[in-house]
Design a protein around this ligand. Structure first.
Ligand SMILES: C[S@@+](CC[C@H](N)C(=O)[O-])C[C@H]1O[C@@H](n2cnc3c(N)ncnc32)[C@H](O)[C@@H]1O
Ligand code: SF4
Length: 487
């Protein structure tokens, strides 16, 4: 069972392809273009050397040939794709250099030349955060109303030391300001970041992702740093021989980043696209398929997905999947709104038993299960401390019990689980567990009874084999306790 919702394949992250197919019911191709722009970090306005990793062609080595007109550049690629695939749609991707760095008049004429071509549904415009004037934003706002528009912003890293080292030439505030302005006009933003920049640790790369989660961005591109011929980075690499990531390290880091990334951020790319003629290191980046397969395999092995770390409930679901035994039953000891019951009834074939002390919770759970067309359940309006009385005939037949402590969301916050009853219920459930059966308890410390419950539970569970899962260092963040019956 793939628990990731933005996919209709085995992918565990939100692919751009999936977004396009959902929206247009068509495959959409991006055609890279060279609009003949320059860059303020190269022409002397901001700097002359450019970012140290940037190639002669302004990081647009697969963009079209700038000596051809934009229409010809576009049609060269379109003809090849049209032969291979039917009924495709296209996005013109202004890739090389800084594609908003020109007069409004020139920008308009170049963008609109592409939009006139048949089957073009939109534009992706690559640029720097410090190079979009208010005048251009006003125009982009209008363009955005009639076409599929994304602005691709190079950020690369949030860390100032790295940013200075790679000569980006703008401050993080400039990125924040432009994100604010574009998102206010509802213009979609795709942020580019690079892994493996000199002296960056894995934690720094993950912090860049955590930072981006806070902004209303549409998408992200993650690249591996490539050392290309005739760049300042080539000299820096030869002088310092700084360590580049191995393929295996890169895969691990990207998976860790994806687990942190908000699940509704679209992934435009997870590998770099260096020109092989210019690539010095790392050579493994040339095999994109193997990197992408490695990421898929690793997420599959971990049973995680994009955004996994953002909710402790994902950890519960994974443990249920890993520990459900086909011929056994399950119990939800705190039905609440019924979401856990719905999940359990999908995982188990046999009857799943749900308990709650509130009539309202039982009713809500019942309605939700009916809507989901679940058949294999029984709901019991009673306290979970009495589970043993109701289910004594199921001794050794329960492989998963779920507790979600606290109060019923959206209801009377004074009615909460209570540590004495919870402890009694855990002991009762443990007696019913089959061999290798588990009890999963999500503990919320964000209210007074929850704090007390957490304290007592932590000492009570010591008599069992247990594990604690935490996904946040925040003081009152919920956490998961797993109790396992080994024999
Ligand atoms: C945090 S909610 C559970 C949320 C639920 N798992 C869901 O998916 O919506 C906690 C629930 O535990 C119930 N509860 C509190 N004390 C209980 C007890 N002694 N026995 C059974 N349920 C209890 C509350 O009524 C509340 O509905
Ligand atoms: S902003 Fe882009 S085009 Fe300009 S130097 Fe940096 S990477 Fe190259």
């Amino acid at each position: 069972m793939n628990l990731f919702k933005y996919t209709n394949t085995n992918k565990r992250y939100y692919q751009l392809d999936y977004y396009y197919k959902k929206k247009y019911n068509h495959k959409v191709y991006k055609v890279s273009l060279n609009g003949g722009f320059t860059c303020p970090n190269k022409d002397g306005t901001k700097g002359t050397g450019g970012c140290i990793f940037c190639s002669k062609l302004g990081s647009g080595d697969f963009a079209g040939n700038p000596s051809l007109s934009l229409t010809n550049q576009f049609n060269e690629i379109k003809c090849i794709i049209d032969k291979k695939a039917k009924e495709t749609k296209y996005i013109g991707y202004f890739q090389a250099n800084t594609n908003t760095y020109d007069t409004l008049e020139n920008l308009k004429s170049k963008y609109e030349e592409i939009l006139k071509i048949d089957d073009v549904i939109g534009l992706a415009i690559g640029t720097r955060p410090d190079s979009i004037t208010d005048e251009v934003i006003n125009y982009l706002e209008k363009l955005n109303e009639k076409t599929e528009l994304t602005i691709e912003l190079g950020l690369q890293t949030i860390h100032k030391k790295t940013s200075d080292l790679i000569n980006r030439g703008y401050e993080l505030e400039e990125f924040e300001n432009i994100v604010f302005k574009l998102s206010k006009r509802k213009i979609k933003i795709v942020v580019h970041i690079i892994n493996g920049l000199p002296n960056e640790t894995e934690q720094m790369m993950i912090d860049t992702i955590k930072y981006l989660n806070k902004f209303p961005i549409f998408g992200i591109k993650i690249h591996m740093l490539s050392v290309l011929k005739n760049t300042d980075l080539e000299n820096y690499y030869n002088e310092t021989k700084f360590r580049l990531l191995t393929k295996e390290e890169y895969i691990q880091i990207v998976c860790n980043q994806l687990e942190e990334l908000r699940s509704n951020i679209v992934i435009s790319r997870l590998t770099g696209d260096p020109s092989m003629n210019d690539l010095i290191e790392p050579k493994w980046t040339s095999d994109k398929i193997s990197v992408l397969n490695g990421i898929d395999k690793e997420l599959h092995k971990r049973m995680t997905y994009q955004g996994f770390n953002r909710s402790i409930l994902n950890f519960t679901k994974r443990e249920v999947l890993l520990n459900s035994q086909k011929k056994m039953h399950a119990i939800d000891a705190t039905c609440g709104n019924g979401y856990d019951m719905v999940f359990l009834t999908k995982v188990f074939k046999n009857t799943v038993y749900g308990f709650d002390i509130q009539k309202e919770a039982i009713q809500k759970t019942h309605q939700l299960l009916k809507k989901e067309q679940a058949k294999n359940y029984e709901l019991i309006l009673d306290s979970h401390e009495n589970i043993g009385k109701h289910l004594f005939q199921l001794k050794n037949k329960i492989s998963v019990v779920v507790f979600n402590l606290g109060y019923l969301p959206g209801s009377d916050k004074k009615i909460t689980t209570n540590y004495k009853k919870t402890i009694k219920a855990i002991d009762e459930c443990y007696k019913l567990l089959c061999q290798k059966g588990i009890i999963l308890i999500t503990v919320y410390k964000g209210h007074d009874e929850g704090k007390l419950e957490s304290k007592h539970l932590k000492s009570h569970i010591k008599k069992y084999e247990y594990e604690i899962f935490e996904n946040s260092s925040k003081l009152d963040a919920p956490y998961l306790i797993k109790i396992k019956k080994e024999f």
